[in-house]
Design a protein around this ligand. Structure first.
Ligand SMILES: *Cc1c(COP(=O)(O)O)cnc(C)c1O
Length: 423
């Protein structure tokens, strides 16, 4: 059973001010985890985590992570704007997008972001996009450009992200060499190398192997094109233990494994220094965010159903990928009596279920229900289908106080894009 950073009494106190459903994040735990990550990679001078904004696009969370000098990994206009508003600009931003519109390249350029290309054709597209923006050619030499590598069949797959050769992202090896040579020729002087081949990966060897693959490739790029990359970015994708049987990623083992590879492939080879970047989202905030809801109805037909006041628009992962999320009923953790429930929301879609045939304490109407590991790709994936509104986001501070970091949507928000006067 999970230990929560609040008990039933505290939650009732919070719910008296912010009615359920809401998301609440544990600031102390996020900070502790951020410190741990930095420590595991402290051996690498210049190590940096660029938080994947899409996982939890809330400026208050981004600002909290900025205390640890985490940058922002952005892939859209809105994410670039969020980064700027929390004070992440220039090389605090890694712009890793795909199928990228010209306006986003322009905005990323304006902000001075590290621009990570997803495709070989994007270099010319980017050049054309920024051509009207002043003395751009001169500045090409100051900026950092990066290419995203897709190893194709050279690297095994992973269940969420799938096989690299079926993934839409990144360059082939041959395209990489060509792109670095072209950019060098155009006056670019600062380069990085990126890949993202994991998603919710719990095996630390997979992450270490990814770093090894990039270290070797960086060598080859230097040999073939004369370009020395100043960083390698191993992407995000570090998993979290959603299921009680999952084992958390041993981040210290990742740090040590990559350090050993660095000593051998970079240092001993007289190459470098090379900075190590990563852009994790899930592992940074995922385990420290909770969706808090209440039992609204209990229904006994062919199965027992517990209908909550939250639905899949608050947390889509179970409906989308059949993902498992631990459910805790505060105050009933040690009650011996259990029943088996399908825990549902109110959306008119039968997959709107947070859990299927889950053993839980016997529930009553009004019980608080906490859905764990909702701190990344949770609220962020919210939507308004069926007229459902997105909930508030709250931050539980280290001193026990609670702060609203996003208000709940209202019907006015839902109707804001409609003009009833032209009806
Ligand atoms: C989604 C994404 C991430 C973050 O992935 P997590 O699984 O949340 O760590 C990082 N980089 C890119 C390019 C992504 O698309």
């Amino acid at each position: 059973m999970r230990t929560l950073p609040f008990d039933k009494e505290k939650l009732e106190e919070i719910a008296a001010k912010w009615p359920t459903p809401f998301h609440v994040y544990d600031a102390a735990a996020i900070r502790k985890n951020a410190r741990r990550l930095k420590k595991a990679f402290a051996w690498n001078e210049g190590f940096r985590e660029y938080f994947a904004v899409k996982a939890a696009p809330n400026p208050h969370l981004m600002k909290l992570l900025k205390e640890f000098s985490f940058g922002s990994d952005c892939s859209s206009m809105a994410e670039l704007e969020l980064a700027e508003r929390v004070g992440n600009t220039g090389e605090d931003i890694m712009f890793t997008s795909n199928d990228t519109p010209a306006e986003e390249f322009q905005r990323a350029w304006e902000l001075g972001a590290i621009i990570n290309f997803d495709d070989i054709t994007h270099w010319n597209y980017f050049r054309a996009a920024i051509s009207g923006m002043g003395d751009t050619a001169d500045r090409l030499g100051e900026r950092v450009f990066c290419c995203r590598y897709n190893p194709g069949p050279l690297k095994g797959g992973n269940s969420i992200i799938g096989k690299p050769e079926e993934a839409k992202y990144g360059f082939t090896r041959e395209q990489l060499f060509e792109a670095y040579a072209t950019m060098k020729e155009a006056g670019v002087k600062r380069f990085g190398l990126h890949t993202m081949v994991a998603s919710n990966e719990l095996n630390h060897e997979y992450i270490i192997d990814t770093a090894k693959m990039l270290f070797a490739l960086a060598q080859e790029i230097r040999e073939k094109t004369g370009v020395s990359v100043e960083f390698v970015n191993i992407g995000g994708g570090i998993g979290i233990p959603y299921k009680p049987t999952d084992k958390a990623m041993d981040i210290e083992a990742v740090g040590e494994g990559i350090r050993a590879a660095y000593e051998e492939q970079i240092k001993a080879a007289g190459f470098g220094p090379v900075k190590l970047y990563m852009e994790c989202g899930r592992s940074i905030t995922g385990p420290y965010g909770y969706l808090v809801s209440r039992v609204r109805h209990l229904k006994n037909t062919y199965r027992l159903y517990a209908g909550l006041d939250a639905c899949m628009s608050n947390l889509m992962r179970p409906a989308l990928y059949g993902a498992y999320h631990e459910i805790v009923v505060p105050g009933k953790e040690s009650s011996g009596e259990t029943s088996v429930y399908d825990v549902t929301g109110s959306l008119c879609e039968n997959n709107d279920k947070f859990a299927v045939q889950r053993v839980l304490p016997v529930l009553e109407r009004g019980d608080l229900v906490v859905i764990c590991d909702a701190g990344a790709h949770g609220h962020a994936m919210g939507f308004q289908y069926n007229g459902k509104l997105r909930s508030a986001e709250l931050l539980l501070e280290e001193d026990g106080s609670v702060r609203e970091i996003r208000r709940a949507e209202t019907l006015d928000d839902y109707f804001a894009t409609l003009d009833f006067s032209t009806l």
